[in-house]
Design a protein around this ligand. Structure first.
Ligand code: BTN
Length: 331
């Protein structure tokens, strides 16, 4: 399926209908402000109806917007002003938003491009894992960033994105999530969000970074395969409430932008304290597995570059740049 892009005429038409706050707006007025014929207006209204909008039409009163679907069409999550997220593409169904973002970025898609999908048929997690992506009011989003940084700093974008998601969850649900280094978000000790950051670079400069974020928002545990049900949660399950997805995404994009700006303009120290506010493993005994080794020790936290600090059993401190953390027990 083709992606749906931002369309200014749709954005303006919906804004006009919304500003009437449930009242009719005459067809004549609409076609005048939209600078289109009555027939073209009628066609546009019909295409909106096909996308799930409920619009009442009356021969003399005009059109009234009765209901907008909670679907992240680009014009629904677009923000005017200094938002960097101006190029938004929505897919009803896609293999993976990260894969699509990689393709678009390699073709020159600009900094601030957002790829968002209702459902992924091949959602990807870290280290080759699958990211289960049912179409049940969740969020699957990938961002294309073109920061002027050396490649070794790119993992900091994962940490900054984690803070952006944590803050959004706290603002919208009132519940404070936990961050598990480097990229998981937990509620009730169960994962509801993962971040997959992918890098395309030369030796000394980044071409682009893709930050892919999956958030289990309004889904239920029965939407996932049985083997996962004991390990994961969703915001709906954890708080017994459903959330307006478009409102969540707009807040998320706003918070992510402010974290990325802080990171690129002020460096990682601007993010570190905020990350630590959500860090959940301090002083716990953990195992970090990387491709090379497995290390056991007590979690200390992160250093000024975002690397994980582990106190080994012999008392020395090990700086870990990448790996998977498993918690053992609190001692
Ligand atoms: C992980 O915890 O292993 C990372 C999961 C990342 C999932 C997101 S969903 C949107 C984007 N598209 C993908 O295929 N993966 C990321």
């Amino acid at each position: 399926m083709e992606g749906i892009k931002f369309q200014e005429d749709i954005y303006l038409l919906l804004s006009r209908l919304r500003s009437a706050q449930g009242e009719f707006v005459s067809g004549e007025k609409l076609s005048r402000t939209q600078k289109i014929s009555r027939t073209a207006l009628w066609k546009k209204i019909n295409s909106l109806r096909e996308l799930g909008y409920r619009i009442e039409g009356h021969h003399s009163k005009g059109y009234r917007l009765d209901l907008s679907p909670d679907i992240p069409y680009p014009w629904e999550i677009y923000q005017e002003g200094d938002s960097i997220w101006k190029n938004i593409i929505y897919y009803r169904r896609i293999q993976s938003t990260n894969t699509e973002a990689n393709i678009l970025a390699s073709q020159g898609a600009p900094h601030g491009t957002v790829i968002i999908a209702e459902e992924q048929t091949g959602g990807r997690g870290r280290v080759g894992r699958i990211w289960e992506s049912p179409s049940r009011g969740n969020i699957y989003i990938s961002l294309i960033l073109r920061p002027h940084i050396p490649p070794y700093l790119s993992p900091q974008f994962t940490l900054a994105a984690g803070v952006g998601v944590a803050r959004t969850v706290e603002e919208i649900t009132g519940v404070k999530p936990e961050l598990k280094w480097p990229n998981d978000l937990l509620l009730d000790k169960k994962k509801f969000c993962g971040i997959l950051t992918e890098l395309n670079s030369e030796t000394d400069r980044v071409n682009y970074i893709i930050v892919g974020i999956g958030i289990n928002l309004n889904s239920d545990l029965r939407d996932y395969p049985e083997y996962l049900r004991g390990e994961i949660t969703t915001l709906k399950v954890a708080t017994s409430k459903e959330y307006n997805r478009n409102r969540f995404i707009m807040r998320l994009l706003y918070n992510l932008q402010s974290m990325f700006v802080a990171l690129t303009e002020k460096g990682f120290t601007a993010i570190k304290k905020r990350w630590e506010e959500y860090f959940c493993m301090k002083d716990e005994i953990v195992i970090i597995s990387s491709q090379r080794e497995k290390l056991k020790g007590r979690a200390i936290g992160i250093d000024n570059s975002g690397a994980f600090l582990l106190r080994l059993e012999n008392g020395s401190i090990k700086r870990v740049l990448s790996g998977d953390v498993t918690r053992l027990r609190r001692e």
